[in-house]
Write a protein that binds this ligand. Structure first.
Ligand code: SF4
Ligand code: SF4
Length: 355
């Protein structure tokens, strides 16, 4: 998972040039998904099909749902089937048209990178890869808010798997291309090779971000993992007391990937479809098995499992934590469970050395 890699080329594009690029993309009929402000809830954003360049939210904080929804939607039909005379007829449903995913922040790029690794691991999930290959991904620099801890999670400067990445400058955009697709994307856009002063301006912006957002976690991922393995039932009972087991923290998380299946049949029972839907390990009954057994019947056992999955089990397989510090779970939790506060309390209670 190459989090930080050097660009192929670095360009400067004017503000007007970038707007022209978006306009000509939309005029060409290409589908563009980008962050837009919700009309029903101002100040909240979501990735939606862009209808006009003016709807693009260049300064959004975060989106309610992460961009993974465009590759593995909350609910999708995998195939339809019909029975009758002869062999049953099964038709796979898998969209194929290309699209542009515009304006993805570094933490969400890091999350896509982790999901790419997860779904490629044997046995590989070919649907994810098929959906990912449809997209040109345009990254966009961000400004962390009080819930972001991307610096501590090492994702603030992630560029992979963006095809190109945009950083705002006083007088336009610094555009770094990372793939041939990213370079082709700029083909008809007026641009200049970036001046040294523009690259320095972007680096200064990154340095300021780092200063503002670093040090929220009081220990490293390894220290959190070690503290987790020492944590006890009493700790998780205390910190899960505010949990309603609503599952929001999973559903908004850019790296969570659990799902369930449902077969929907028509009334004649002769045709139907198989549906895949997001699921949540925080819901009561998630770990229920045939015969009525439940491996994780309490909110505390489910919360501990979620933490261990992100900081212990998946890092063992993929060498990195499956939390990218986006802060969505904290923002969305109706019980006020705060990822950073719980991590720091874990470190304080069970850590060997806390700085
Ligand atoms: S969002 Fe909060 S209340 Fe809901 S399951 Fe997660 S921790 Fe519990
Ligand atoms: S666990 Fe929370 S902070 Fe970490 S990636 Fe998921 S939603 Fe973001």
């Amino acid at each position: 998972m190459p989090g930080t890699i050097g660009p192929k080329k670095t360009w400067e594009v004017s503000f007007a040039g970038m707007e022209g690029l978006l306009t000509s993309l939309l005029n060409s009929g290409v589908t563009v998904y980008a962050p837009v402000e919700r009309k029903d809830r101002l100040g909240r954003y979501l990735f939606a099909r862009l209808s006009h360049p003016a709807r693009m939210a260049w300064n959004y904080t975060t989106t309610s749902l992460p961009p993974k929804k465009l590759f593995a939607p909350p609910e999708e039909t995998l195939f339809t089937f019909e029975t009758g005379k002869g062999e049953p007829l099964v038709k796979e449903v898998c969209p194929t048209e290309p699209f542009v995913l515009f304006g993805v922040h570094p933490c969400d790029l890091a999350a896509l990178d982790r999901l790419d690794a997860f779904y490629a691991d044997s046995p590989a999930e070919y649907r994810w890869q098929a959906q990912r290959s449809r997209a040109t991904v345009v990254g966009l620099d961000c400004t962390p808010d009080e819930h972001c801890f991307c610096v501590d999670m090492g994702t603030m400067e992630t560029r992979h798997p963006a095809d190109l990445f945009l950083t705002p400058l006083e007088q336009g955009w610094l555009v770094q291309t990372y793939t041939d697709k990213g370079e082709e994307f700029l083909n008809n856009t007026p641009r200049e090779r970036a001046r040294e002063s523009a690259i320095e301006e972007a680096a200064k912006r990154t340095g300021e971000k780092r200063k503002k957002a670093a040090g929220r976690l009081k220990g490293s991922v390894e220290q959190i993992a070690a503290a987790l393995s020492r944590s006890d039932e009493e700790f998780w009972e205390k910190y899960s007391a505010a949990c309603f087991s609503c599952g929001s923290c999973n559903l908004v998380c850019p790296t969570c990937h659990c799902f369930c299946m449902e077969d929907r049949l028509d009334v004649s029972l002769s045709s139907g479809s198989r549906i895949r839907k997001w699921d949540s390990c925080q819901l009561a009954g998630f770990a229920k098995v045939a015969g009525g057994g439940d491996f994780r019947p309490s909110a505390s056992s489910r919360m501990r499992h979620r933490w261990k999955h992100k900081f212990v089990y998946l890092p063992r397989r993929f060498g990195t934590a499956f939390c990218v510090g986006c802060g969505r779970c904290t923002r969305s939790c109706p019980g006020g469970v705060d990822m950073v506060s719980v991590a720091n309390k874990l470190l304080e209670t069970f850590g060997e050395r806390v700085e």
